[in-house]
Design a protein around this ligand. Sequence first.
Ligand SMILES: CSC[C@H](O)[C@H](O)C(=O)COP(=O)(O)O
Length: 384
Amino acid sequence: MSLEAIRYTRGSLTVLDQLLLPHTSVYVPIQTSADAFDAIRRMVVRGAPAIAIVAALALAVEIHSSAALPETATAAEVSRFVETKLDYLVGSRPTAVNLADAVYKLKNIVRRAVEEGKEGRDVRETYLVAAEKMLVDDVQDNRNIGDFGAEWIIREVAPEKKEKGGVRVLTHCNTGSLATAGYGTALGIIRSLYTKQSLTHAYCTETRPYNQGSRLTAYELAHDLPASMATLITDSMAASLLQRYPIAAIIVGADRVARNGDTANKIGTYQLAIVARHHGVKFIVAAPTTSVDMNTLRGEDIVIEERPANEVLVVRGPVVKSPNALQELDPENTATVAPGITTGVAVYNPSFDVTPKDLIDAIVTEKGVATKDAEGEFRLERFF
Ligand SMILES: CSC[C@H](O)[C@H](O)C(=O)COP(=O)(O)O
């Protein structure tokens, strides 16, 4: 069974608090858009697809409750409520496009329902069904990504990079069941390789923010694979790993893929793509088409979120509402890892970077695998 980041039944949503993993598994209730905004901003829930789904479902729970929206609300009132809340939710984190994509689609579905002359309660029902469908669709999309990606790797990786028919892969960022509705994107490919008995070993990097690779990805690999098949490395060990081991592919997720294929993903992805190219290792982006932003032409147009300094300066730190407020830190529960916290040394903490399309060999979506044509273009419009 997959790890479960999101638990939903109509009228009830809880999310696994990812700030407490891997030591403690606690599900926290999300009853309103404000709860979801806070959980997304603080990274209680994280990962591009999971963020979008939690935002959509939080609003489903809110409009299901008559406390937020009276049962007698008209179609126009329901629609106004939905639009206002979605506009608010989309501001929770800027880089991953899945949330903006979900907001755009949900608004259109509700607008159409109003135009069709549906009554308030039916518009409300239309929203609930659409949001709930996102949860279900994401799991199926991930399974398709997993299979398409695994088959592509098995077919395209050179025989000398295989060991008894299996491959060693490295992944970066968190892309498994915790970052999605279930199964995972890049981790979905690794799971699918394993199911097809084509995985020799999976490595993952420790990855910031909050060492998500060691706290979440390694935890997921240990859950999804026999422990002997998974190894954690620090981010600075990647080049050395590729120098010493026959790694066949680096597989990463995406927070936003621009129209031309440039890909924003977890900080550190770009340097791995450079290392992969140097070593002749396939570099694969795995993402649902909800992560592809056809309105953003190229990577330099993607807004990169910068996270608070304390996420670099403090380990085992407290969970605080405003992470830059040093006075809120509890010294009993905090270990500083850099002098900045006392000396004022600056911290630069971007959450994502952009990998240029030239360094990417394949973009795997639920609709198939895109590779570059003779002109070096991915032509992602084929998926829409
Ligand atoms: C699941 S696809 C890629 C991910 O969304 C992303 O790169 C990641 O690792 C999670 O990002 P996060 O900043 O923790 O929300």
